[in-house]
Ligand binder design. Sequence first.
Ligand SMILES: Nc1nc2c(ncn2[C@@H]2O[C@H](COP(=O)(O)OP(=O)(O)OP(=O)(O)O)[C@@H](O)[C@H]2O)c(=O)[nH]1
Ligand SMILES: [Mg+2]
Length: 345
Amino acid sequence: MSDEIAPSLPPVVKAIRSSRRELSRLLTRIENGEADKDLAALFPLTGSAHIIGVTGAPGTGKSSLVNALAKHYRTTGRTVGIVAVDPTSPFSGGAVLGDRIRMRDLSGDPGVFIRSMATRGSLGGLAHTTVEVVRALDAASFEVILIETVGAGQSEVEIAGAAQTTLVIEAPGLGDDVQAIKAGILEIADILVVNKADRPGAESTTRALRAMLDLGHRTERIVHHGQLMTVPAANPRVDESSAWQTPVAQTVAINGTGIAELAEHITNHLRYLHQSGTLQLRERVRIESEMTDLLRETLLMRLLHQTDPAHLGALVDQVQLRRLDPVSAAHLLIDLSFPREEKQP
Ligand SMILES: Nc1nc2c(ncn2[C@@H]2O[C@H](COP(=O)(O)OP(=O)(O)OP(=O)(O)O)[C@@H](O)[C@H]2O)c(=O)[nH]1
Ligand SMILES: [Mg+2]
């Protein structure tokens, strides 16, 4: 973290750039949903970090890989923030312990900051909290931010939305078919990684993934009704030569084999994002969807706040008696709080 701190920086940014304890405290406030003012103050200081998502089935070696990548980036002098997200665990205790052991060689390095999160600390939803934690690390001037999530469900896909580059981790010997197909997360992969390449079956897993990428899995991301969607890249607009070709990298996270090559793929991907304009496009989509979520939440809160509970109860009665349908009832309530303007002829 920088020693020269400009005097014009907001107090919270000065604090988290100069003290790890202040940063930890801010992250706790974020998890408790008590940091809206701080987040607003630090927001203008975000946008510099390269945010990398690392996702994949349990035990594929994500933490080990994050550890190895972090060590690699430290040798290049870059600072690294790590967010380990475990949506399945109600407490982060176990995950923290495991990660601490695996990432022990990073502790004590002031250029690395590690935070483990679980559903426990997530008032506004884990994906949303993760985005805010990443923003705090970004404003604290960590240059690379690695987000580890256990891959499978929708929350991982959402969390991956916070990343600019998403790595999907596979390992040989997880069963006959490649796990990504089942999980449906191949679509979110910017880079596929076959970790545990020292294990038997690594070659066939790699071949299977390459074949999948060649066969109809070539996709492009488009914006449709404000949502970023993955569609088959059959569209003639997409110039094959300029589209990103998802690479399949092999690594042995526990001894560092292939990590430099993986880091090179990551750098290439960031360059591609910049040059193609995709970086800005993805960010716009992310902001739009975040704002839509916030609007939905805020408007609902305001509406319920303004609504007389007796009136709501009476409407529910009417619906139950089949005198009113649910859609009309909802519109009646909304029209009370947000009267429709009469159209001028
Ligand atoms: N042989 C071999 N073992 C590895 C490699 N990478 C990780 N492991 C081992 O695989 C096990 C799981 O590694 P983790 O890094 O905890 O995997 P993870 O994906 O973070 O696991 P969860 O967070 O529990 O989903 C550990 O015992 C690691 O030592 C590798 O490249 N080769
Ligand atoms: Mg892990």
